[in-house]
Design a protein around this ligand. Structure first.
Ligand SMILES: Nc1ncnc2c1ncn2[C@@H]1O[C@H](COP(=O)(O)OP(=O)(O)O)[C@@H](O)[C@H]1O
Ligand SMILES: [Mg+2]
Length: 257
């Protein structure tokens, strides 16, 4: 059974996971209508395949570190970030998260597609608990950082994936977050923009922000992160110093390619 742990951890630890597992149940046959589904379900006739997207994960992430998460598609990286962002309750295990999490989980997450960039900035700022004056005073900086220019007055649905990522990061980082969670959002941006984001992440780190960063690029993980984990099929393959882990991952990727 999932339950929250009493607060017994060390002061330096912001994120603590013990024995965390996430199980998904997928129906193995397609059922055409909801009525058919309900009837077959009551009769116990729906066959399900159950699998562990995360299997017994033990993890401690220190306050003020940039922590890398590597692994192939389907390894469980996004599932892990969803658990830490409390979007998903694990099937088993304990977790403690100390601080408010700002998750950038998917492109455009947190943005309303029909609202303009400007309206979305105010919406997000409000959801983060800031008042109008506070958001207005940050507005120019957010738009400037995002480099979206006049598009700020167009609906977000008209944005390219790179523009969405830029605005997403600009809003998420306008106020220093306690815990910042980035799920591959920077991989769609260009190199110059990535560099700007990395500089900001390093400033945050120096001021105590804890960051989780999913990235496929060993060079980024080894230069930006202090520690990293390599996940495969929902399990931890290796955890430790970022440069060591990204080297191991890179070698392994060459082998399985
Ligand atoms: N909502 C869901 N229902 C069922 N299976 C899911 C769901 N979300 C993810 N999965 C599966 O869980 C596994 C891990 O997914 P994910 O955490 O998204 O991996 P990654 O981010 O490393 O690519 C994959 O096999 C994926 O298909
Ligand atoms: Mg993912």
């Amino acid at each position: 059974m999932y339950k929250e742990m009493p607060n017994i951890m060390n002061d330096n630890i912001d994120i603590f996971l013990e024995g965390v597992s996430v199980r998904y149940n997928l129906p193995t046959e397609s059922v055409r209508t909801f009525k058919e589904y309900a009837i077959r379900s009551l009769q116990g006739k729906i066959k399900r395949r159950s699998f562990l997207a995360l299997n017994n994960i033990n993890l401690q992430i220190k306050k003020g570190e940039i922590f890398g998460i590597m692994g192939k598609n389907g390894a469980g990286k996004s599932t892990l970030l969803k658990v830490i962002s409390r979007v998903l309750i694990p099937t088993e295990g304990h977790l403690i998260i100390r601080g408010m999490v700002y998750p950038l989980l998917q492109l455009g997450a947190g943005f309303h597609p029909e609202l303009t960039g400007k309206e979305n900035i105010f919406l997000n700022g409000t959801l983060l608990g800031h008042n109008l004056n506070d958001i207005e005073s940050k507005y120019d900086e957010i738009v400037g950082f995002s480099e979206i220019g006049d598009f700020v007055n167009a609906p977000v649905r008209t944005y390219s994936s790179g523009m969405q990522a830029r605005l997403g990061f600009a809003v998420a980082s306008a106020w220093q977050p306690e815990i910042l969670v980035l799920d591959e959002v920077l991989s769609v941006g260009d190199v110059a923009f990535q560099q700007k984001c990395f500089t900001r992440m390093q400033e945050f780190r120096d001021n105590g922000t804890t960051t989780l960063l999913v990235s496929h690029a060993p060079a980024i993980v080894s230069s930006l992160c202090q520690r990293a984990v390599w996940l495969e099929k929902g399990e931890i393959v290796a955890i430790g110093k970022a440069d060591k882990i990204s080297q191991k991952y890179e070698k392994w990727m060459e082998v399985v390619k």
